[in-house]
Design a protein around this ligand. Structure first.
Ligand code: SF4
Length: 379
């Protein structure tokens, strides 16, 4: 399958240690001298955005390119040479080389009912197919409730996606992405519907259709459903791994950054994690924590300790201020701030025997939005 990988050759090792270079690039973003290189960048959508995929020392990571921070970044990525590699410079000094994953072949296709495949699902990182099954969210209806970092409505308003991807469309695109582009796993996220299952039902029916079409590991992502019975239903439908994303961890920050979602208390998340791990397995349940929104490193690490104790993988990523959101002018965390979290967190994960590579599917396995998996490698 290697000839099917949508990936340019790996770049030569960079002058900075890999985890340090990734941390710096993700914190500052980069200025691209050739914006057309690589896979089309993500703008808007659920979760982190305004990124572009770059391969650094063999690791594909998402690096901000459309944010205000990125426009002023000291890092410049030059136009790729004939070997597909680009030089990264800081203040004119070469600090590394990167490659751009290539545009996937499935982007050129459309569904039987005439929707471009790229409006149904997109390539994340190197080999992840990602979709937002339901592109609307009860939390996104008003400024007082919306998660301040989220742009789920932007790509919909811009006509780059459709509001509801049907199980048939998802199955068709997933099959093509595996066969044409060697995609290895799939992330299915969803806006939160006004039902008490909080999206678990549509994730289950979508996963069932994909699994009937192609053998592809799937991570489902939703808020904790009202009833833990949904975990067994999701697993039975073909969801291999589950993400329930905390985003921030202290009450004051939760209330300020995600006033709607904070109505689901931390205690409910912890109960849901404890109920989900026996269903999906240790390390197959994860959460996404955005560092840089006000939680201290100590608060994040303390929550991570509890999560790791439950067998949950805490995927800590640097916050990216997405254009057009209420937080577009909020600073991204510094590399030193991320290092203060990712260093101790990687040691905590090593002690607990939790590894991103052991996840069957999902953000923890992909790792492209954080330097965490580079830190995981033993020193
Ligand atoms: S870590 Fe998750 S959100 Fe980030 S690129 Fe990978 S799959 Fe997408």
């Amino acid at each position: 399958m290697s000839d099917l990988q949508p990936t340019a050759p790996d770049p030569r090792p960079s002058a900075l240690p890999t985890e340090q270079l990734i941390n710096e690039l993700q914190s500052f973003g980069v200025r691209l001298l050739d914006p057309s290189a690589g896979v089309q960048s993500r703008r808007g959508g659920a979760g982190p955005s305004d990124h572009k995929a770059l391969t650094v020392d063999g690791r594909t990571v998402m690096v901000p390119v459309h944010t205000a921070t990125a426009f002023d970044s000291p890092y410049v990525v030059r136009k790729p040479g004939p070997d597909g590699l680009s030089t990264v410079e800081r203040d004119g000094v070469r600090v590394g080389r990167v490659a751009f994953p290539l545009q996937p072949r499935f982007y050129k296709m459309q569904t039987f009912d005439g929707v471009p495949y790229s409006q149904i699902a997109v390539l994340h990182g190197r080999d992840v197919l990602a979709t937002t099954v339901l592109q609307t969210c009860i939390r996104y209806q008003s400024r007082t409730k919306t998660c301040q970092f989220c742009a789920i409505g932007q790509s919909l308003a811009a006509g780059r996606t459709v509001a509801r991807k049907t199980p048939e469309q998802l199955a068709e695109v997933a099959r093509a992405a595996v066969l044409l582009d060697g995609v290895k796993h799939m992330v299915m996220t969803t806006g939160t519907p006004a039902t008490s299952d909080r999206g678990a039902a549509i994730l289950a029916e979508s996963a069932f259709a994909v699994k009937a079409a192609i053998d592809l590991p799937i991570q489902g992502q939703c808020e904790p459903p009202d009833d833990d019975v949904w975990f067994g239903r999701m697993k039975a439908a073909g969801i291999d791994a589950l993400g329930m994303h905390l985003e921030s961890v202290t009450p004051a920050v939760r209330g300020r950054i995600m006033p709607g979602k904070a109505s689901v208390p931390m205690e409910r998340y912890m109960q849901a994690f404890a109920a989900a791990v026996p269903v999906f397995g240790r390390g197959q349940v994860s959460t996404y924590i955005l560092a840089g929104l006000g939680d201290t490193p100590e608060a994040i690490l303390s929550t991570c300790e509890t999560l790791v104790g439950l067998g949950v993988y805490p995927f800590v990523v640097p916050f990216v201020p997405i254009s057009g959101t209420p937080l577009e002018s909020h600073p991204a965390p510094t590399p030193a701030f991320m290092h203060a979290i990712l260093g101790p967190l990687s040691a905590m994960l090593r002690r607990a025997g939790l590894r991103s590579g052991d996840a069957k599917a999902g953000c923890a396995k992909c790792g492209a939005c954080s330097a965490l998996s580079s830190y995981e490698r033993p020193a």
